[in-house]
Design a protein around this ligand. Structure first.
Ligand SMILES: [Zn+2]
Length: 779
């Protein structure tokens, strides 16, 4: 600010911005004061106030969040640029598709265009500092005339999303204020900070199941084709102060090497600028790999992804670390030692919200300034990456045949590809044809092919090096859609249309479409009839068939916010099942059979179910688990004919607390050198005579993520083969689970306990095994 007084002319030129409200005047406190948090409506209001007082910013509501809050984006650039946004969008769209834009025209556009940078904040709502940084950055760039800011305004178009999760801002703010000054100040709320998916909201970026994901993709990525997407996060508190790329291996093989090099370059530029500004504790090439496409949409769409992960505080409460509280190990570096990728360790002290915002502000300025400096090369490389996609020769493409067991899942798969801008043609026989020579052919390939995750051990014979996320994303396997890669051209014309599927072969009854039909009937208060031999459904009564009304479903909702419970809710709601959420006390009260036919337990540990939060962790009303009374009530429910459905880790509860006779053959997670499956598709054989197998083929791939497998004499619904277990991703220790049970249907009293040693409703993706899950609810 001082420098303005030294340059009166500049002061004059910027006096038009005098009315821009400071964050302090608007929010009523210094933005980063300890113990203060922001309300979403105030953040939105601030951005609107900025728009009213400056011609360098435009604010747009893209739509509503899951809970109905405004979902906004700001566009920041020179006033001249903002007057011609349509022109800059057109340039981006031309450069994005080299088939339509010859090199000579592109050369002119490299000179005319702007570097488009999308900055997305606080998708994880407890990582609040990025929204603060958005406020701070917007204020500064509109008011603080520095050479860097001038360059950014002139050569960049900044698309700023102050929160990718507006509902979460208020969920965390509410909880923080409620617990401020109590022993629980700074804890995470005992509910998901996104209504359905909590922290998994940044694992949604190829299935696009949530409204916030869809708004961001459809209104920003797919319109603007940003050259850079910068996603601003926070990490644990006791190692580096800030991570910035380069990434760790492995990198997903379809990511263009140009983008990898640019991510290295911009990342290290940020690290250099932070270090030069006196900020210690900057780590590069650490912790975070670049494998799963669930976080990296833009890296498959011509742009680079920059991530920063700042050390967290306790929401807005400072922390103090002594040197001996700093971690001794981290993936890729030692937080206590100087190394090439961690050259100036942070040695402890007090760390507060303001520190995070200071670090992030420097990082934002650095990235945006470097984008401005390298504007022309960024655009040139963006175009070049598109050319390399279009020139791809192996495979020629993929074909999804018209004859599919599950037309509903097939349609969903094709619509998902198209939402990601993949062009899908129609073959002469009604098949869907996806040639690779298109700008996003690599994206389609990533989602359609088998993943071969490297066998990445810490040392030979040692434990596996933990991937940052899961290792497989083969949608045809997840959805049960037959897809084949072809090396020879397949003729196609026009666009594939869902209508062309109607003329297909007779559908097996228990497919996805039929589940929709069945649930539609239930919603309208009607019954359906089911053939007890085949599982086929009918909307009219038939001799010998069983009448089914909508099952009465209970869903256990622990106080320990559970993402898998959220995904389960999403699934039930999207497939038309009604359900009732059940807290510990609701179950302990008993009398469950009068109210429910089936009760679901999402993936969680048996000990969490039994014990819940302890007294040190949460206020009294959230303490405790199902306990002895809960287990007794669940036994009584099963004895009276109810079905208990346990997903993945929750299955252990059925064995430990309800006496289901199965023995886990999978070791504890600590023995990862013996057995390890961090999120992969594994082959299994299904007993098609089981009532849980209606609509499911005899051979499937199930989603296995630290899942148990069992030895048991009980009825087995799905079992691993003796060899060839891995279908896609990574598996260590195949022999541990070969031939063992993956899904068990245990009689329990007059009812059942179904143990899924998998996640049958995995992240809104596993359409094939959704059916086994639904079958477990309707019997
Ligand atoms: Zn995060």
């Amino acid at each position: 600010m001082l420098r303005r007084t030294l340059v009166p002319l500049v002061l004059l030129a910027w006096s038009a911005t005098a009315a821009v409200p400071t964050p302090k005047s608007y929010f009523g406190h210094e933005l980063t004061d300890d113990g203060t948090v922001l309300d979403w409506d105030r953040v939105v209001g601030y951005f609107h106030a900025l728009q009213k007082s400056s011609d360098r910013i435009r604010v747009e509501e893209l739509g509503k969040s899951t809970e109905g809050r405004p979902f906004i984006a700001a566009t920041i650039a020179d006033p001249e640029t903002l007057k011609h946004l349509d022109r800059y969008i057109a340039i981006q769209q031309k450069l994005a598709d080299p088939r339509k834009t010859p090199q000579a025209e592109a050369e002119k556009l490299f000179l005319e265009g702007k570097a488009v940078v999308l900055v997305t904040c606080s998708i994880h709502a407890t990582e609040i500092a990025a929204t603060h940084t958005a406020v701070e950055f917007a204020y500064r760039i509109l008011t603080d005339d520095t050479p860097h800011h001038r360059a950014i305004l002139k050569d960049d178009i900044v698309l700023l999303v102050p929160s990718l999760n507006p509902d979460g801002v208020d969920i965390v703010t509410r909880w923080y204020r409620k617990t401020l000054g109590t022993p629980f100040e700074g804890t995470s709320p005992p509910e998901l900070y996104h209504h359905y998916v909590g922290h998994d909201n940044n694992r949604d970026w190829y299935i696009f199941s949530q409204v916030e994901t869809r708004l961001t993709i459809s209104a920003l990525h797919n319109v603007w084709h940003p050259e850079i997407v910068y996603d601003v996060h926070q990490q644990g508190a006791n190692a580096s102060r800030l991570f910035v790329p380069p990434w760790l291996d492995p990198a997903e093989p379809n990511i263009d090497p140009i983008l990898m090099q640019e991510m290295n370059m911009y990342g290290t530029a940020i690290a250099a600028d932070l270090t030069a500004a006196g900020k210690t504790g900057i780590a590069i090439h650490a912790i975070y790999d670049f494998w799963t496409p669930s976080r990296h949409y833009q890296a498959f769409h011509g742009g680079l992804r920059i991530l920063t992960e700042a050390a967290s505080v306790r929401i807005a409460s400072p922390i103090t670390l002594t040197p001996d509280q700093i971690a001794t190990t981290a993936l890729g570096y030692n937080p206590r030692e100087r190394s090439w990728n961690y050259p100036e360790p942070w040695t402890g002290g007090t760390w507060r919200l303001k520190d995070i915002v200071d670090y992030e502000t420097i990082a934002w300025d650095s990235l945006l300034y470097n984008a401005a400096l390298h504007r022309e090369e960024l655009l040139r490389n963006f175009y070049r990456v598109g050319q390399r996609q279009v020139d791809r020769d192996k495979p020629w493409g993929f074909v999804i045949s018209a004859s599919q067991r599950d037309p509903g899942a097939t349609r969903k798969l094709i619509e998902t590809l198209r939402f990601g801008m993949v062009e899908v043609g129609r073959g002469a026989d009604g098949s869907a044809v996806i040639p690779m020579h298109q700008p996003y052919g690599g994206w389609a390939k990533t989602l359609l092919e088998v993943q071969h995750y490297p066998n990445d051990l810490l040392y030979p014979g040692g434990p596996p090096k933990q991937p940052y996320d899961v290792t497989a994303n083969t949608l045809p396997m997840l959805m049960g859609v037959e897809t084949r890669a072809v090396d020879q051209p397949v003729p196609f014309s026009g666009e594939w249309k869902a209508a062309s599927r109607v003329a297909g072969p007779t559908l097996p009854a228990a497919d996805t479409d039929t589940w929709f039909t069945v649930n539609g009937a239930w919603k309208a208060g009607r019954a359906v009839w089911r053939d007890p031999a085949t599982g086929d459904f009918s909307l009219g009564a038939r001799a010998g068939w069983t009448e089914h009304k909508q099952p009465r479903i209970g869903l256990y909702q622990p106080w320990q916010a559970n993402m898998d419970e959220g995904w389960t809710r999403w699934l039930l709601e999207n497939f038309g099942f009604a359900y009732t959420g059940l807290r510990n006390a609701d179950i302990q009260r008993g009398g469950l059979r009068q109210r429910f036919d089936a009760i679901i337990f999402a993936d969680q540990t048996a000990s969490n179910m039994q014990n819940g939060f302890n007294r040190d962790a949460m206020p009294e009303e959230y303490v405790g688990g199902l306990g002895t009374a809960g287990a007794a009530a669940l036994k009584e429910f099963a004895n009276a004919g109810g079905s208990l459905v346990f997903l993945n880790g929750a299955s252990e509860y059925a064995i430990a607390r309800l006496g289901v006779a199965a023995r886990a053959v999978t070791p504890a997670r600590e023995q990862s050198e013996v057995y390890y499956c961090p999120g992969s598709l594994l082959n299994m054989r299904v007993d098609t005579h089981s009532p849980l197998a209606y609509g499911v083929p005899a051979e499937i791939a199930g989603w296995i993520e630290h899942s148990p497998a069992w030895e048991t004499q009980l009825p087995v619904v799905a079992r691993y083969p003796e060899s060839g277990v891995l279908a896609s991703g990574w598996l260590v220790g195949e022999k541990v689970i070969a031939g063992r049970a993956a899904v068990v249907d245990a009689p329990l009293g007059a009812g059942h306990a179904v143990l899924f040693g998998m996640r049958p409703q995995y992240r809104a993706q596993s359409y094939l095994t959704f059916k086994m899950f639904f079958n477990a609810l309707v019997r």
